[in-house]
Design a protein around this ligand. Sequence first.
Ligand code: FAD
Length: 353
Amino acid sequence: MTDAYPHRAVAIIGGGPAGLMLALSLQQRGCRDLAIIEPGLSKAQRLAESIPPPTAQTLGEWGVDLSQGGHLPCYGTVSEWGSPIQGYNDYLAQPGGLGYWVDRTDLETQLKQRYLEQGGNWLDASVESGQHHDRTVNALQIRSAHGLSNLTADLVVDASGSGVLLNQLGVAQNRIDGLIYHYQLYHRPDDLPQMGHIQACDRGWWYCAPVSEQQILVAFVTDKQHRLKPTATLPPMPLLKRTLQPCTELRSRQADLAIRSAVVGPNWLAVGDAACRFDPINAAGISKAIATGHAGAEAIMAWRARPRANALRAYQQAIFADFTHHVNLRQQLYHQIARIHPTPFWQRRCQPE
Ligand SMILES: Cc1cc2nc3c(=O)[nH]c(=O)nc-3n(C[C@H](O)[C@H](O)[C@H](O)COP(=O)(O)OP(=O)(O)OC[C@H]3O[C@@H](n4cnc5c(N)ncnc54)[C@H](O)[C@@H]3O)c2cc1C
């Protein structure tokens, strides 16, 4: 074990959207003794993750320039969704501005830059474990290129997506649904509008969106049990009415709807996916990560002012309430689609949780 890192007011595990937004929000509120521990900015292949206009606006207010880098403007969606009639959600016809398909590396680089400009500490390292007693975190063990070191902090934030600290603390993950996202990249046809395409079918739903000027992603989202062979290719997405030329093999990502049984403890809290994961049907993950980052920062400031107060518990209640709201809305959505597709995939998801 090498020397310990300096003690910090707040240590943040993970520099994704949730961890970075929490850090920026803390800095804005005057809390600057922070460390983000993040092993690297290299993200898995792009998933054509979209953000709606209000989230794009929020990011703009934080100095993120979405017109730069690899982000692509999204003019809305074309869908066949709970009705055999095609629907259009045209952002250009609304006052809220454009949505975007974000380039995660560019987004996180811009947010990191702002954080560093304001004196934030960044450790190119990964949290391996946490020493804890009675649910209080005493120290984090951190692996960097220089070896293993300890870091202590008044409060630790789990923004690691997978919940590395919560797993250590034995906090249960309540999985409500398990979906699998089978996807493939294709050469982008010239005449495809700069809009997302979504379509419900009997066994799940389709999604198509550009990932660059040259490539589009087509995904088929279905039950976790419905595995496809890696050598398979996706059948054509019916709404696109064409066969596309693939440029990658088929890949798969799990996309669970889940929430932790606790998202706060005596001196820790969880934000973003580490706290709860949303159904990709709503494309809400990045927006929620940003929102929980802000809410988490507010709770930490209240906790720092009066550590015995219920500030962290109020944050937990808000997270639980928001998740319940999402689950109820999702159930209504699935109900609507089950009328057109009365199949087990949709009907099972209409039952109250
Ligand atoms: C298939 C799929 C499609 C999706 N589509 C959309 C979409 O269209 N729109 C949308 O808004 N959302 C979408 N999402 C959800 C979105 O990707 C997540 O909600 C979002 O990334 C959560 O942000 P986060 O900061 O909480 O976690 P992450 O983005 O996972 O960031 C966590 C960070 O922690 C770091 N980390 C991990 N382990 C450690 C460790 N041990 N030590 C230190 N650091 C660590 C990681 O390197 C990473 O940088 C989709 C998700 C999936 C799976």
